[in-house]
Design a protein around this ligand. Structure first.
Ligand code: NAD
Length: 284
């Protein structure tokens, strides 16, 4: 099938980046969020991000203006009825995602590809109540979506070969490297990342050293582009905590995947990382 019109639902950290990515690559892009004004705000942030690319010489002024002109705000889900592909990037909550896809199934064409950007929920469980799960899959982008090359294409037993192939082809048009992943807790990247975070959090919990020192060590000594605490702040502490809890539950509360009380406490007090202005670091 040919993909020209794409929709992104959820205008938070990921939705904004994914919408910008789609628009930069020539797709007519719709963005929708339940929060009043959130989609319009995301469009403004996309405009700023595109301006920054122009300033850095990565894009011409004309290309930036064209990309922005492709980003449309959808006031209701009904505006997305003509989408060829929908990517959901709403809050990491199984019931919310299920309800959303149940509604989309009734609104979109029968051949619209329906995708979730979940980082850790079971794609099979999200699709469990769909009548047409063959066109459903995980399309897992990484943060920041415009820069990170990898896309995990997560299939369930019901996802067809054609759906998978269409998603791989689509991801390649975005300059991404798609990989096939079967549905399993945390998929590949988030599964391997859990012990990376938890070991760093364990050091911090035991007062061994500071978050900043751990970050410096892993960047300067380990070659990581960001330290674990910088990365948790970028991802969002709430999102990171949800992913850890999902993997922990899936492995019978194995201590290796135990969620850290340090993260839980910060989430409880609204310190969600960069998006809230504070997490392990403060942001002006
Ligand atoms: P976020 O909290 O920044 O944004 C979520 C947005 O969804 C909010 O703007 C909220 O208003 C909106 N929303 C909630 N319910 C909605 C609904 N029913 N309909 C429309 N909009 C709704 O979250 P995020 O970090 O962008 O994460 C979104 C998804 O992407 C999650 O599933 C997460 O696991 C996944 N993900 C996150 C990252 C990351 O680094 N943050 C990376 C990869 C994948």
């Amino acid at each position: 099938m040919s993909i020209a019109n794409v929709a992104v639902i959820g205008a938070g950290t990921m939705g904004q980046g994914i919408a910008q990515l789609f628009a930069q690559h020539g797709y007519t892009t719709w963005i929708h969020d339940v929060r009043d004004g959130a989609a319009e705000q995301a469009r403004q942030r996309i405009a700023q991000a595109l301006d920054k690319r122009v300033t850095k010489g990565r894009m011409t002024t004309e290309d930036a203006a064209t990309a922005l002109s492709r980003v449309n705000v959808a006031n209701s889900l009904g505006d997305l009825a003509e989408a060829d592909l929908v990517v959901e990037a709403v809050v990491e909550d199984l019931d919310v995602k299920r309800a959303l896809f149940a509604e989309l199934e009734g609104l979109c064409r029968a051949d619209t590809l329906l995708c979730t950007n979940t980082s850790s929920l079971s794609v099979t469980e999200i699709a469990a109540e769909l009548h047409t799960p063959q066109r459903f899959a995980g399309l897992h982008f990484f943060n920041p979506a415009t820069a990170m090359k990898l896309v995990e294409v997560v299939s369930t037993d019901a996802t067809t070969h054609n759906t998978r192939r269409a998603l791989h082809d689509f991801a390649r048009t975005l300059g991404k490297t798609p990989v096939d992943v079967s549905d399993s807790p945390g998929f590949i990247v988030n599964r391997c990342a859990r012990p990376f975070y938890s070991e760093a959090l364990w050091l911090l919990e035991h007062g061994t050293t500071s978050a900043a020192t751990i970050d410096v060590c892993l960047k300067s000594g380990g070659g990581f582009p960001l330290g674990p605490f910088e990365l948790i702040d970028l991802v969002g502490l709430d999102i990171s905590l949800r992913a850890t809890e999902t993997v922990w539950r899936a492995f019978d509360h194995h201590p290796r995947f135990r969620p850290s009380p340090l993260v839980a406490d910060k989430v409880a007090t609204g310190q969600l990382g960069r998006k809230s202005g504070a997490g392990f670091y403060h942001y002006g």
